[in-house]
Design a protein around this ligand. Structure first.
Ligand code: GCU
Length: 674
């Protein structure tokens, strides 16, 4: 339950002694609710980690001094103004030695930075870092770091695998359990500053007054932790709630309805963040129903929000059964022509890949393709296609893979991270979204390791330059142990986990061959779903000759949506990274790959390697017994056991199915299932 906010006493006795001698007293003058929660947190953490109460000292003799130059005259005297980051959320943590006395200052321009600084300082203690020479000056790279809850008002969670929704709508606004505060603490500790409470597939009910009151109650809990609330807005709400005949974004009455509704929302929630919209996708209503485009729809909402400083996050995940072309191309085709047509307070929210949160996808071609529009990233933390909360998948590596992909939109180095941070195209408005994996389960995320994806998302949203490895290590230290052997072993499990899943599910660029609808388990044979591109067969196209989706110029030509350097690389079977091979190319079963293997043999190797790696994970995990608490050890051990049998299920199901086309034997050494 405590996630990474575990404040148990420091185990190493020497370090504990040292910390105790370094942090004896604290000076933290509180002038706001936000500073109040920061103070409460640091006291809770210090009392727990140091195993004794630190004293409060309002003088400059205190060893830990926290605040802003405005709130604290001591800080004003100790720190020069230009040392403190100028950004509204940045902080400075610095060690001073005066008269051979060590003092640590945590300061910022305002209380939000102080809050983040406090959490960072706690993290340093939890991970047993030295306090001797701190000079840590940090500011977030991306401004709006948001969770997207796909929570329905009936308590279910779309693609949620950790129990039901956290939001007890029927008890709100009167009842706000401490769990909401703990949710806010966890988010603030990793810099998440916004949350969309309801599913993108939403009805209009969430915009009615009773629900606005409930939302306002949540906003009140989250506010001191620097978290704004947002709502998914149903595009047709003017019809459903307003009784209008249309939701046409150019209709004056419709515009007025949204203006009035928005005004009403701000009456209840003065710092409301804005709307997230899924329009004209998978049956959701949108501007195209009225012959208008995405910009018309987004701009209408943006105009209503602008007077209050709200934003619109308009999703580019458009997926429509009326569009016959390769599904991977639809978003680019619809959005690229609209570049520059959106209002200043609109962001286009793009999934990391063009299909749908697959275990591996090449980056979405829209990144870099809309330089005149702020675009934001949408990652999925909930493991819809990665084994739900049963399989161990650390996604830090996946997020990094997308971030570091080079779009070449402005030449070499135009990475997705550069696009998202607004640096490449000089946008002030920047944002990132993570589809939450949080629910009512005692451990919040279902699998104990699924917590690491919430954590990694927050840390990378703060700074996409952090490494997946470093974040994994940090998370293990905070969540499990600082023991070096255990750290190395668990880190290895995490760092290899996603590649392992790719291997036993969708190696070499295969994609969307999961079972139908629920997406759990293999289903490469799925067809007859009513339309060709809702079948697995559509994506792998296996037949007696070969396998793979030809997205080159001789096929759907989706590669042409990338900038020329990338298009050339992906479009050339000799240059394409093998991890994307069958995403872009169709090959014969007997074609030779870089390893010298035939495609068929290579496929077999990947599937077998994947299953074998889960077995090794189990062995490594067994070695962790005694190094971490028995409960979590046992839970993970049981889950890994299921994962191992399901990895074999994936391997055998896919290979047997593909073998029915290739008609080739398993290569030597693989004949017997391992
Ligand atoms: C996927 C997912 C849906 C979700 C959709 C979306 O298709 O399976 O449940 O609604 O993505 O992102 O809108």
């Amino acid at each position: 339950y405590r996630l990474w906010l575990r404040y148990d006493r420091i185990e190493n006795p020497d370090l504990l002694e040292k910390y105790r001698s370094q942090i004896k007293s604290i000076n933290f003058e509180v002038k706001s609710e936000m500073a109040g929660v920061a103070k409460k947190e640091i006291l809770l953490a210090l009392n727990g980690l140091l195993g004794k109460k630190v004293t409060l000292d309002a003088t400059n003799l205190a060893s830990l001094i926290i605040g802003t130059p405005e709130s604290s005259s001591v800080i004003k005297a100790m720190v020069t103004a230009n040392e403190i980051p100028n950004s509204p959320e940045g902080f400075l943590i610095k060690t001073f030695i005066t008269n051979s006395q060590l003092k640590i200052v945590i300061c910022a321009k305002n209380d939000k930075g102080v809050l983040y600084g406090v959490y960072h300082f706690i993290r340093l203690l939890q991970s047993n870092s030295s306090l001797d020479k701190l000079n840590n000056n940090q500011s977030p790279t991306i401004k709006n770091r948001i969770l997207n809850h796909w929570d329905n008002l009936d308590g279910t969670v779309e693609r949620g695998y950790a129990g039901s929704s956290l939001w007890e709508w029927h008890k709100l606004p009167g009842f706000t359990p401490t769990r909401y505060t703990d949710y806010a603490r966890a988010n603030a500790s990793i810099g998440i500053n916004g949350t969309v409470l309801n599913n993108v597939n939403t009805n209009a009910l969430s915009l009615t007054v009773p629900y606005l009151l409930k939302t306002a109650a949540l906003a009140k809990v989250f506010r001191p932790y620097g978290i704004k609330v947002y709502l998914s807005a149903r595009f047709s709400a003017p019809i459903e709630l307003g009784g209008l005949k249309t939701a046409d974004p150019l209709d004056p009455q419709v515009k007025q309805w949204w203006i009035d509704k928005t005004k009403e929302i701000y009456q209840y929630i003065p710092d409301f963040g804005g709307f997230l919209v899924k329009a004209n996708s998978e049956g959701q209503p949108g501007p195209q129903n009225y012959g208008r485009n995405h910009a018309d729809g987004a701009n209408m909402l943006a105009d209503a929000l602008a007077p209050f400083g709200g934003i619109v996050m308009w999703r580019a995940f458009v997926y429509d059964d009326k569009v016959p072309d390769d599904r991977a191309k639809q978003a680019y085709n619809e959005f690229k022509p609209l570049d520059g047509k959106f209002r200043e307070n609109v962001l286009v929210q793009i999934k990391n890949g063009a299909i749908d949160f697959q275990p591996r996808e090449p980056f979405h071609p829209l990144f870099g393709a809309m330089p005149a529009t702020p675009v934001m990233m949408e990652f999925q933390l909930t493991q819809e296609y990665l084994g739900f909360s049963t399989h161990l998948a650390y996604l830090g590596t996946m997020f990094k893979e997308t971030f570091s992909s080079d779009t070449y939109s402005k030449g070499k180095g135009s990475t997705v991270a550069q696009v998202i941070s607004g640096k490449l195209d000089e946008h002030q408005l920047t944002a990132i979204a993570g589809v939450a994996n949080i629910g009512s389960d005692v451990n919040w995320c279902g699998h104990p390791f699924a917590q690491s994806n919430w954590y990694a998302y927050g840390r990378l949203a703060w700074n996409p330059e952090f490494s997946a490895d470093q974040i994994a290590e940090e998370w293990i230290r905070l969540t499990f142990t600082n023991d070096q052997l255990a750290l190395t072993a668990i880190n290895k499990i995490m760092m290899e986990s996603r590649e392992t899943i790719v291997n036993y599910m969708t190696p070499l660029g295969l994609h969307h061959i999961m079972a139908r609808n629920h997406h759990y388990g293999p289903g490469p044979w799925v067809k007859n779903a009513g339309r060709e591109d809702w079948t697995s067969v559509y994506y792998h196209k296996a037949d007696s000759i070969g396998i793979g989706f030809n997205r080159t110029a001789t096929g759907s030509n989706a590669v042409a949506q990338y900038f020329p350097v990338v298009a050339e690389q992906f479009g050339d079977v000799k240059q394409v990274p093998e991890k994307y091979l069958l995403w872009f190319h169709r090959l014969k079963w007997t074609d030779q790959l870089k390893s010298g293997n035939t495609l068929w043999n290579e496929l077999v190797e990947h599937y077998y390697d994947g299953a074998k790696a889960v077995d090794s994970m189990q062995v490594t995990w067994q070695g962790m017994k005694g190094k971490i608490d028995d409960d979590r050890h046992e839970e993970v051990a049981q889950l890994l056991k299921i994962q191992f049998s399901e990895a074999k299920w994936w391997r055998d199901a896919c290979l047997l199915y593909f073998q029915s086309f290739s008609k080739l034997p398993l290569p030597a050494g693989y004949e017997k299932p391992q």
